[in-house]
Design a protein around this ligand. Structure first.
Ligand code: SAM
Length: 175
């Protein structure tokens, strides 16, 4: 079970990146994302995506990220904080794959020091700065080893049939 928490503050809200972090969480196998200081429209966007393409991925707008980490720890989640200063993913991926419940913490602009201290793992997807979107996607792919890429999401109105050229989409409401 994987959930995601987005922390950090931005002077200007970065809705596009937050939306993409949310879409990656959903598409790569997480069941829920927690975020604060977010545009409520992101929740609506994801509800539309769920309705169209399936799954019941959840977005929860929170007040206090530390409370989320504390309650997840009580619920036996391991906290995996993504940071370029952490241990290299290549060195810790086997250990992380063995964890049953994981809360992945990704930052935005400024990540408070406590996040590093509260984490069970501080993991770097390489020790160069890049992006929370790519770091999240790569971590989830390393944990799930590509399995999620073949997963079918139930309950959607449409389903894509992979095809060499063009688009093949089944409309499941068409009965
Ligand atoms: N300078 C910020 C800080 O104080 O940590 C980081 C900004 S970065 C654009 C936003 C987020 O992307 C980080 O908090 C981290 O979660 C993720 N990130 C960026 N590069 C990363 C890397 N090499 N490994 C893991 N995560 C990374």
């Amino acid at each position: 079970k994987i959930e995601v928490l987005r922390i950090g503050t931005r002077l200007v809200r970065d809705d596009r990146v937050t939306t993409h972090v949310t879409l990656v969480s959903r598409a790569f196998g997480a069941s829920k994302i927690y975020m604060y200081d977010a545009n409520p429209e992101i929740k609506e966007t994801i509800e539309k995506v769920n309705k169209m393409w399936g799954s019941d991925f959840k977005v929860e707008i929170i007040e206090n990220w530390k409370d989320v980490i504390k309650s997840k720890k009580k619920d036996l989640f391991k906290i995996v904080h993504l940071t370029m200063y952490g241990e290299n993913i290549n060195d810790v991926q086997d250990q992380v794959r063995g964890e049953e419940k994981i809360l992945i913490v990704v930052g935005a602009e400024k990540v408070p020091r406590e996040a590093y201290d509260m984490a069970d793992y501080n993991i770097a997807i390489g020790n160069q700065p890049h992006s929370e979107i790519s770091a999240l996607a790569i971590l989830m792919d390393r944990i799930l080893q590509g399995q999620h890429l073949q997963k079918k999401y139930s309950g959607g109105e449409r389903e894509i049939i992979p095809t060499k050229k063009g688009k093949n989409v089944i409309d499941k409401t068409d009965n």
